[in-house]
Design a protein around this ligand. Sequence first.
Ligand code: ATP
Length: 683
Amino acid sequence: MGERVTDRELAIEQEYVAGLYARLDAMREEAGERLVAARRADGDRETAAVWQAEVTRLHGVEQGLCFGRLDMRDGRRVYIGRLGLFRDEGDEPLLVDWRTPVAQAFYTATAAAPQDVRRRRRITTRGRTVVAVNDELLDPDGAGDGSLVGEAALLAAVTAERTGRMRDIVTTLQAEQDRIIRHGADGVLVVQGGPGTGKTAVALHRVAYLLYTRPHLRTRGVLVVGPSRVFLDYIGQVLPGLGENSVVTATIADLGPGVEVSRVDPPDVVELKGRAVMAERLAAAVRSRVRPPDDPVDVEFEQQLLRLDPRACARAMRRARETGLPHNQARLVFEREIVDVLAQRLIEDMETVVLTDTGEAIDGGSADGSLGEAELRALAAAGVLIDHDDGPRTLLDETDRAALRDSLIADSGVRAALDALWPPLTPQQVVGERAEGWSAADIPLLDEAAALIGEGGDRVTFGHVVVDEAQELSEMAWRMLMRRCPTRSMTIVGDPAQTGNPAGTSSWDRVLRPHVRDRWRLASLTVNYRTPMEIMAATADLLAAHHPDTPPPRSVRSTGEEPWRIGTTPAELPTVVADLAEAHTDGHLAIIAPSAHIGSLAAELSLSIPPDLTGKVVLLTPDQAKGLEFDSVLIADPAGILAGPLGHNDLYVAMTRATRRLGVVHLGQPPAVLSALPELRPG
Ligand SMILES: Nc1ncnc2c1ncn2[C@@H]1O[C@H](COP(=O)(O)OP(=O)(O)OP(=O)(O)O)[C@@H](O)[C@H]1O
């Protein structure tokens, strides 16, 4: 039950909040001055970077700096906000960071389990002005069902018009979400839940939590992987608003070895390229480049022919392989072995030149093996540098041998022979050059090849990796990601009922076990904060037909607005969609259509490709719509979407993007799974 709050309370909070902003301003000023000073001090880049980060952090938390207050049973008042603020060091905090243990009760205290909280107050601000104060008394006698904390604020947040950019949910986090956010960082945490259950939001708040509680992650780095650049832009404001600016966001393609994706593979090829067995194929392809020769190999060096026998080659190859080094590094071992063999051969030849069979010196040489002029000339021709001033020396000491090896390595004839026996490779050569360009499914293959040959030794790794829409990753993509997360500390969020990639996953265990065995935990989210009941009901047939074991998430609200359908012809589809879009006046509208219609719809509606999410009308394929949300969604040609390789999942994604309204324009008869939708009557 809400308690009536007087204007006096509003005034009290206004004064307090004004004090917090004053403190924030003072901190900003100080950080700004320190930044200027550090920039002035020559070369103190590190200090300047620290203060630059602090300035950015302090500006990021401007909106909704303080959003709550806990009144404890012992009389203490705790104000909760986006960061901790103190009047002076060692003082009681003016504002407590939402990530501290003290603040947790703000999200999890209920009337039944009040955790020493007497009153929970939500403070709503617009700019720096307090516009509302809502209280909940956590009185065990007045316990409701306690499942939703701060229901009014939550409902206000979930019904608010969308802007095309994701907002943080720090003021209205729910208990099941809070538990996941504060879960320990060891091992892999998989967060599974239906559409709109807050998986993305939770993953991002968890990043902020981990950075706060484990500061070493700031240096080790946190990576957030998302399905597309459009999606990463969509979520891009959330972490800065939580005061965190150091996180790297990337798609799988961004992490790859710098090739441009310019081609789309057919679904069966995508599926094939994504399988883990491709790693074995690539390893075999690399191995096959190195085969002991059947016949002796003649190596030309300084107009002499040196003969390498196949057994010596095989032995050198074996030794190089036994090091376990990647191909291009193992080649250095092979090179050393072969050069040793060649050097030995040269030395032996040399000795037969300068000594007789019985070991006597000829051509003026001395019997103890020290060198005369003729030998020195022969050696010089072989590239061995002899210091004449040193006087006569013993036949080929270690320095001579080293010099001989160096000249062998530098020799083009020797290099050509080495290249033929153990060619240095590039990732492109291993995967097979593609004249027609690279596809997204090639990226993990190129990365695997780079690892096999030992390129990318300077590859950046991270202390924690978050994977969003993780159901989309192929087994090969998982291998690629794991190489970037040696600690295997990960948060993985996804929903196998939304998998659109033919190489994506339907089983977390299957993709994770090869990398972490059973060191992964599953957490579930069950409440849908995005999609109203009416729209979820419209997806019921689709979900039941294709994922009978997946319980639909429970919608937190109902809007009273029924989804509808309307039939048309292929020729009229663009104009029907354009008319419906024109009639749409409130909020953001997404038109979701199979890629075959995107061109004609974009032309008819004058819409941009790639889409600008902040536009009032946005045109997307189901794949591009993944993870996003809009006030209204219009689906064009659902049968066309269903015809894709995992079309039922794509249609499910498309239908669950709307926060308010859903309409479907079908060609001819509607697909069976949508036939229960009421038909829109003209007018
Ligand atoms: N506790 C909450 N308070 C307010 N809004 C919330 C809360 N939890 C989730 N939401 C809102 O619900 C919407 C869906 O969240 P999000 O995109 O994180 O869901 P998701 O599970 O990743 O969805 P999908 O799988 O469909 O991509 C967002 O607008 C988010 O802000």
